[in-house]
Design a protein around this ligand. Structure first.
Ligand code: ARG
Length: 566
């Protein structure tokens, strides 16, 4: 329908001014006083053709007046055009929402690869790991849902000198085989290594040497390494499950072991890599790039993080022939990715679109969380605490919360509140961890969205809603103001999904869900649904059903889960 509006405008203006290059941009203004849709395009176009903006806007307005779905239109300010649609047209908008209430069929095209989570093996996940993990999962979900051929990959740090350190620590201070160690015990060994290093600098060489032997294929060390990976994966998978995260290709850096030598050789042959100090292999970037020299391989010929990133790119291109590769990794690695992406261009590889999806740091509202003794604030502990806090809230609220399964609800709410709390903030900025707002029942939070969903389900149950979205004979009579406002939000859903996907900004979707909840609750509080006469009741149940489906669909894309009552 927006298309119809655009077309009538462009048809008219292009005839009037014999131009073909017309673009009409539509926005959805807040409230109703500026219409259902508004366009600023007259301003730009007026400049192009040298006519006053108001005059162009007036012409646009006159044209729109003749379009059947338009109730009225007006010129506002210096040349904006505001448009009100007829109730029929507004309701018909829901036709465009229907198809996106289900996952789009995957299109037969080159895939997009989303790499995320990427924890380092042998350490428990810290709370900050939730960032890449759920931002990445949500972005991958959006791609998948919208019909993109989507490949989700991990890039575990399961290779590198830390294994040398751990092996040395285990040999000196370990009390049992790795297999029987918990991940916390592994961490303790690792920490001890660093503590002892202060008094005994030879440990450093011992670790380096051990890692070199591991790389060279030492059988015993390989077995040790395998066990460490297994212990970590176990713990990791339990956490992924709680977060509703699933990464179909759980690749680790070790996988690229044999793929690095040919690339090093290629780089040297092409003159992109050069021998630096002490036999290291480096890349010097052209001056205009203003990038510092990057090390590709160390002097002792051990490979490093960077080496494995070359291999990872080569491997993924060869295996999947993607059209884009996204890396969801913290801001701190921006330089690394700039160097990497520049270097692979210099190698002359035929590349897909490469993009680092960066995010900010996590900060804590509560001092006790940021100034904690010990090493890391573990993600598992935070999720457990979230669960416990949610449970307390459920108990305190007593009858105000209805549930048959308080444990399951506490998990949904608690874990959901942390996920949503993170995703609802602009990823490009620092993210604040704040129990108060995360668990709030009436703010931009998981509990609020879940509660609203449960409320909508309860209305539908009581109204014996048949679940069918038949739009053809919905009554358009007496559309109330709150219904108007609700419809306006509902019809934006397809655009919001597209916007959140293309900008890789999950908070666009959370903001939308929050607004939808507010609009629905306003409607619920002011308009009788179940008590209204049949034609109105039918329409209001239909609107409620759209709300309910959109909340669930949108929320699940963001790794949330929803209770049927609450
Ligand atoms: N494991 C790395 C870290 O913890 C992040 C990996 C990011 N991905 C990549 N392809 N470099 O810093």
């Amino acid at each position: 329908m927006v298309h119809t509006l655009t077309q009538s405008i462009t048809a008219f203006l292009s005839k009037q001014y014999s131009t073909h290059d017309l673009f009409v941009q539509w926005t959805v203004p807040d409230g109703l006083s500026h219409g259902h849709l508004s366009t600023p395009s007259a301003l730009r176009f007026a400049k192009e053709v040298g006519v006053s903006p108001k005059e162009i806007a007036q012409m646009m307005c006159d044209v729109l007046q003749g379009v059947p779905c338009v109730e009225r239109s007006e010129v506002a300010g210096p040349g904006f055009v505001n448009v009100w649609l007829t109730p029929e047209a507004l309701l018909a908008q829901l036709e465009d929402v229907l198809p996106v209430l289900q996952p789009q069929k995957t299109r037969d095209e080159d895939p997009v690869i989303v790499e995320y989570s990427q924890p380092n093996i042998a350490k428990p996940l810290g709370i900050h790991h939730i960032m890449s993990t759920i931002i990445g999962q949500s972005i991958a979900n959006l791609y998948q849902y919208l019909g993109y051929n989507t490949i989700r990959v991990n890039h575990f740090g399961d290779w590198g000198t830390q294994f040398g350190k751990l092996a040395v620590a285990l040999e000196r201070w370990g009390e049992k085989p790795v297999k029987d160690c918990s991940i916390d015990e592994l961490l303790a060994l690792y920490v001890r290594f660093h503590d002892e290093l202060e008094n005994d600098p030879t440990l450093h060489d011992a670790a380096r040497d051990t890692f070199r032997r591991l790389e060279e294929g030492d059988q015993q060390l390989r077995a040790f390494w395998k066990d460490v990976v297994a212990v970590t994966m176990d713990a990791l998978n339990r956490l992924y499950e709680r977060l509703h995260v699933s990464i179909e290709h759980p690749h680790g850096e070790s996988m690229y072991e044999d793929m690095m030598a040919p690339i090093l050789e290629e780089g040297l042959r092409k003159g992109v890599f050069t021998k630096g100090e002490k036999g290291a292999v480096v890349i010097e970037f052209p001056e205009e790039m203003k990038l510092p020299t990057a090390v590709v391989q160390k002097g002792d010929s051990a490979t490093i993080y960077m080496t494995r990133d070359f291999a990872q790119i080569r491997y993924r291109i060869d295996r999947w022939h993607p059209h884009a590769m996204y890396y969801v990794v913290d801001h701190a690695q921006s330089l690394h990715f700039q160097q990497l992406f520049t270097a692979v261009k210099m190698l002359g590889w035929e590349l897909p679109h490469l993009e680092h999806i960066a995010f900010g740091r996590m900060r804590f509202r509560e001092k006790s969380m940021s100034t904690r003794k010990g090493n890391i604030l573990k993600l598992e502990e935070v999720l457990d605490e979230a669960h416990a806090r949610a449970k307390r809230i459920i108990e305190e609220r007593g009858d105000a919360v209805q549930t048959d399964d308080p444990e399951a609800l506490a998990e949904m709410m608690g874990v959901g509140s942390v996920i949503y709390g993170v995703l609802s903030q602009n990823r490009k900025q620092d993210v604040t961890f704040d129990w108060g707002s995360f668990l709030s029942f009436d703010g931009n939070s998981a509990p609020y969205v879940q509660y609203t969903y449960a409320r909508s389900r309860s209305v539908l149950r009581k109204g014996k809603w048949n679940g069918e979205h038949v739009l053809s004979n919905v009554s358009t009579a007496d559309l109330s103001e709150t219904e108007h406002l609700l419809l306006k939000v509902l019809m934006q859903f397809p655009h919001i999904l597209e916007e959140a996907r293309s900008s890789h900004m999950p908070h666009i979707l959370t903001n939308y869900l929050f607004e939808l909840c507010q609009r629905f609750n306003a409607f619920y509080n002011s308009d009788p649904i179940l008590q209204s006469p049949p034609p109105l009741k039918g329409r209001r149940l239909l609107l409620t059903s759209f709300v309910s489906q959109i909340l669930k669909t949108g929320g699940e894309l963001l790794c949330l889960r929803f209770p049927e009552s609450m």
